[in-house]
Write a protein of this length. Structure first.
Length: 259
């Protein structure tokens, strides 16, 4: 964050289990998984693990947490991916029957370049299921709908399930094919899962992006800042809309303390 200090910081990596009344369990991202450690064992992929050291306690992967919540991972019918960085897709292997909702541009980016260049961009192709082409449903092909007025300045999204409950919203800048998910949440009301469009809720409140050299390493600095500014405007205009970044310690703490 601009204005922050130089020190090591712990970041959670949150996946969201959504219980839909008709479609059943849906996962938004998968977080880390032991498969990440296997994928980053060889060089140059090990550079990813060196740059962002990962701790995956036993039973904290998404599949294990689903089981504790009474959800069989094989019964998850939909996995919605915000983007294809390794910390968001590592658990895909554990949900073999789920349709995979994602951005075509993101999947295409995984397939570009050398092993070194994909690793530098935070991408690990070995984490993707071999049948992803058959299971993928691309945001770019979905039906565009107007978002609720409460979500301004964001105005359109893609209706993933056809019932208005789950709207994918493009949040450009962090990397190619980066999207969030707007939910009509029974607990929180309008709930916007913003993935890596911000590292923390505090960054949204302050409109404080990471330094340019950080955002330029993975994505496009100008677009990162434009997206963060829009999230800041949304929060200022309507703070009742819940905004949840995937790596926010504040939001992760709320999850840990929830009944």
């Amino acid at each position: 964050m601009q204005g922050g200090g130089w020190r090591a910081v712990d970041f959670p990596s949150v996946a969201m289990l959504i219980l839909h009344p008709e479609e059943g369990p849906i996962l938004f991202d998968t977080g880390y998984d032991p498969a990440f450690l296997a994928a980053t064992e060889p060089f140059p992929e090990r550079l990813y693990r060196w740059a962002t050291p990962v701790d995956i306690p036993a039973g904290r992967d998404a599949a294990s947490q689903c089981c504790r919540a009474g959800v069989d991972p094989r019964e998850v019918r939909h996995v919605i991916l915000s983007h294809f960085h390794g910390d968001h897709v590592a658990g895909l292997h554990a949900f073999p029957k789920a349709a995979i909702h994602c951005a075509r541009s993101g999947l295409e980016d995984v397939r570009k370049g050398t092993r070194f260049s994909t690793t530098r961009r935070g991408l690990l192709p070995s984490l993707l299921p071999i049948d992803i082409a058959a299971r993928a449903h691309f945001f770019e092909d979905g039906s565009r709908v107007a978002l609720p007025a409460d979500c301004a300045p964001f105005d359109t999204g893609v209706d993933l399930l056809g019932d208005g409950s789950s709207l994918a919203v493009e949040l450009p800048g962090h990397c190619p094919g980066h999207w969030g998910l707007l939910l009509n949440d029974a607990r929180w009301g309008l709930h916007f899962l913003v993935a890596d469009a911000a590292w923390s809720t505090e960054a949204i409140r302050r409109n404080a992006p990471p330094p340019a050299f950080t955002t330029a390493f993975l994505g496009e600095t100008q677009r990162v800042r434009q997206t963060l500014s829009k999230l800041h405007q949304l929060h200022a205009r309507n703070p009742e809309v819940r905004l949840s970044p995937c790596h926010c310690k504040e939001k992760a703490g709320e999850i840990e303390g929830a009944p």
